[in-house]
Design a protein around this ligand. Sequence first.
Ligand SMILES: Cc1cc2nc3c(=O)[nH]c(=O)nc-3n(C[C@H](O)[C@H](O)[C@H](O)COP(=O)(O)O)c2cc1C
Length: 178
Amino acid sequence: MKQVKPETAIVRKHPSWIFQVVTAKKNGRPNAMPASWCTFCSAEPIMMAVSVALDRHTHELLEETDDFVLAFPNKEQKEDVFYCGRNSGENVDKFEKTNLETTPAAEINTPLIEDSVACFECKKSGSIESGDHTIFIGELSATHVSEKYTEKIYTTKGWHEKGAEGFKTLAEITGGGQ
Ligand SMILES: Cc1cc2nc3c(=O)[nH]c(=O)nc-3n(C[C@H](O)[C@H](O)[C@H](O)COP(=O)(O)O)c2cc1C
């Protein structure tokens, strides 16, 4: 093994899954933020965690709300994911500026994103300070899948330069099936 700088080793985590973190204040407009620092973190009950930088609008919303949604975007939502990752909900209504559409959740106030490969409704159960991020943890209250889309997109290390083209399905990355 060769010792290298952290960024040289970290880049090997790619491809990395992307979730859209959906948040909404009660009676406020919903917001979507792509996040790849996201994971399942408990099996019984099923819980999920997402690490959100302190300066994100999503951070402010997650501090104020009781629930959030994690959604796997489908391959046709690439451009919209890119837009959501390059703009802040503090300044724009991302659901107005993109083709993304919301649909009501079953158990929580925050809506789902229509046509997501899968959506996980989470009731916020805690948070942990983590350097310049906060890890928000939620317990699953309901789950949904698309009957139309099954292929989610991954972030590749090239998305910064390539824009939405840097987001690829597993089949596109491997050149074969999943
Ligand atoms: C593929 C991808 C993954 C990202 N992962 C994270 C993440 O895990 N945590 C985070 O805080 N920001 C992450 N970001 C950056 C936010 O999505 C971006 O700053 C966004 O514009 C913040 O939106 P908001 O201000 O509306 O919350 C990611 C962006 C992209 C495109």
